[in-house]
Write a protein that binds this ligand. Structure first.
Ligand SMILES: NC(=O)c1ccc[n+]([C@@H]2O[C@H](COP(=O)([O-])OP(=O)(O)OC[C@H]3O[C@@H](n4cnc5c(N)ncnc54)[C@H](O)[C@@H]3O)[C@@H](O)[C@H]2O)c1
Length: 321
């Protein structure tokens, strides 16, 4: 993929964050862009922003679809074919993602399964659904968003993080295997795995809302569960009021968005530069590069407190403290 101009691009999870910025930058570079998301409202905002900066003649379309549901993705694909009057797409960004299902021991199974179904299922079904249109193109590129949690299954030694990590490892493994599959069976296609570090987006806020855990609306039961969970991690909240817990959770989610070392726009630029350079492995952010090195240097330590100390010494992933 040596240019975006005139290409047809599909972006899942285009409503906010990196997906929104991918849509904006692709449209600015002259690609026709189709996005899906679960939020029509967020996509309308993305569409307005993208149109304002789009190259002349660029077409942009939005479609409400949940990437964990194959029938909805097929409906999205049919919409893309109709809206752009095309039988092919050149670029597929399987970007949609959500956080949740931290513990397989204590968390609700429905939340665990939903997190895995979006973060892994969305990538798998997205690839399957759009494959015929990629095969029909003269050149194509599948760009799957994993995470640093695709090579490090952790948010620190006391924070269970099973569903998201399992899904992101799956995305990484699948995408790496696609490289060979495409080389043998579809040599005009490429695959890249994207592994961002901490990027300033609303993923924490969006995930809290999706799983009915908006801090402002937490029920007494949810607050009690939260206190118990923190207690297991050695944090006694008995002297902290419910109101202060709500405010603290909201502040943490906003801090994740506002105090990140890299913006969503900066991350999208790294991703698109990586695609143009035909790199299969796209680490996003200095923290992702640093973590990649540390995980290789200290493989037996990575789930211990000592490893987080190494991150602290390098001022990486401050939100984990
Ligand atoms: N922000 C980070 O620090 C970070 C780090 C590593 C990886 N990632 C990954 O990057 C990707 C983009 O996340 P982001 O940080 O921009 O978050 P975000 O929440 O801002 O964007 C994700 C978008 O996906 C949408 N979405 C969620 N579930 C969906 C579903 N079932 N179907 C369709 N759309 C859905 C959301 O509505 C949202 O618009 C995700 O895969 C995420 O896991 C993010």
């Amino acid at each position: 993929m040596d240019r975006f101009e005139g290409r047809v691009a599909v972006v899942t999870g285009g409503g906010t964050g990196m997906g929104r910025e991918l849509v904006r930058q692709l449209a600015a570079a002259g690609a026709h862009v189709a996005m899906c998301d679960v939020s029509a409202e967020h996509m309308a905002d993305t569409e307005a922003l993208a149109r304002a900066g789009a190259a002349p003649g660029v077409r942009i379309t939005s479609f409400v679809a949940d990437v964990s549901d194959e029938a909805q993705l097929v409906a999205f694909r049919d919409h893309v074919a109709r809206a752009f009057e095309t039988d092919h797409v050149h670029l597929l960004f399987n970007n949609a993602g959500i956080g949740g299902g931290g513990s397989i021991v204590t968390d609700d199974r429905a939340e665990w399964d939903a997190t895995f179904a979006v973060c892994w299922g969305g990538v798998y079904l997205g690839t399957r659904t759009f494959l015929p249109m990629l095969l029909a193109a003269d050149a194509g590129h599948v760009v799957n968003t994993s995470s640093v949690n695709g090579f490090w299954a952790s948010l620190g030694p006391m924070v269970p993080h099973t569903a998201y990590s399992a899904a992101k490892f799956a995305v990484k493994g699948f995408t790496e295997a696609l490289i060979t599959d495409f080389r043998v069976n579809a040599p005009h296609l490429r695959a890249s795995v994207v592994m961002p570090g901490h990027v300033g987006t609303s993923i924490v806020i969006n995930s809290q809302k999706a799983f009915g855990r908006d801090p402002k609306e937490l029920t007494e039961d949810q607050l009690a569960q939260f206190r118990e969970r923190m207690g297991k991690r050695g944090l006694d909240l008995s002297g902290v009021s419910d109101e202060d817990i709500r405010t603290g959770m909201q502040a943490q989610a906003e801090q994740f968005r506002d105090a990140a070392p890299l913006s969503a726009a900066g991350a999208a630029t790294v991703i698109l530069d990586g695609v143009l350079a035909n790199r299969w492995r796209i680490l996003v952010g200095d923290d992702a590069h640093g973590l990649d090195e540390l995980v290789r240097a200290y493989p037996e330590e990575v789930y211990d407190e000592r490893f987080v100390e190494r991150l602290r010494e390098r001022a990486m992933f401050g939100f984990m403290r």
